[in-house]
Design a protein around this ligand. Structure first.
Ligand code: COA
Length: 230
């Protein structure tokens, strides 16, 4: 029996300008040819520096993960807003410090270091940020990375229901559900040119219990919530 790889203790800290080459190189390894551009990374630091995080391997000092976020006033958007719309084409210039929702626009970890707790560390730092800024919640679009393998057999809604029940593993959504996120909707055309998700994404949410009122849970769409959960 092979044992699970040991967790890699990483340092998660706010992104700095000098990290851009490392982030772009990480992007190339993750998405092969869809890297964040330097002008976008520059814009993120200008509008919301606290929302930009990198994970560093202290052994090599290399960037092995990143997470990029902005704050939005959710009421300004429809549930089926696409990635371009909610990130202002990746520039985050729609960042609104008066909003209550931290929007996770990106999270990625080094493909050679997956399942070693780097994504988990980045998400823990994101939740800390939401708590520190007293935001109501974190939302994000989770691209349904494994859907192309099931598209001939089931609808995206059925696929997500099976992931929530633990009957199917999706490399992205299963990870996010493990980070205490819930699915509140399934949307189409979230990403352009994504042959894995075919453009489908789950809108996911983590609620900050320190801020949320009863009403915030009651208003949560329940269709994809696991039974018996808020
Ligand atoms: C999604 C992603 C960030 C996960 O990063 P990671 O560093 O491998 O995640 P971790 O090792 O911290 O895993 C955390 C948890 O998720 C689970 N998990 C992670 N990847 C998984 C997978 N492929 N299948 C099942 N579970 C998975 C782990 O078992 C772990 O569970 P635990 O908390 O109970 O121990 C990474 O796979 C990635 O960069 N994917 C490509 C980019 C992407 O699609 N980003 C999402 C955009 S919406």
């Amino acid at each position: 029996m092979t044992s699970a790889p040991a967790p890699l203790p990483v340092l998660v800290r706010p992104t700095k300008r000098r990290d851009f080459p490392g982030i772009i190189s990480l992007c190339e390894r993750v998405y092969s040819g869809r890297p964040w551009r330097e002008d976008q990374l520059e814009s993120h630091l200008k509008v919301f520096p606290e929302g930009q995080l990198v994970a560093i391997d202290p052994g090599t000092n290399r960037i092995v993960g990143m997470a990029a976020s902005l704050i939005v006033l959710w009421d300004d958007y429809d549930m089926d807003v696409d990635w371009k719309g909610i990130t202002d084409s990746g520039m985050f210039t729609n960042h609104d410090p008066e909003g209550h929702t931290l929007y996770g626009a990106e999270v990625m970890t080094d493909p050679s270091l997956r399942r070693r707790g780097i994504g988990k560390a980045l998400y823990a730092a994101r939740r800390d940020l939401a708590r520190r800024l007293k935001l109501l919640r974190i939302r994000a679009g989770a691209r349904l990375r494994g859907y192309h393998q099931y598209a001939d057999r089931m609808s995206p809604d059925e696929y997500v229901t099976k992931i929530v029940k633990g009957e199917i593993i999706d490399p992205t959504l299963t990870f996010q559900l493990r980070q205490r996120f819930r699915v509140i909707a399934v949307v189409e055309d979230y990403l352009e040119r994504d042959p894995e998700s075919l453009g489908y994404a789950a809108v996911i949410e983590w609620v900050n219990h320190e801020v949320a009122k009863k009403r915030d849970y009651a208003e949560r769409p329940r269709r994809f919530l696991p039974e018996g959960k808020q």
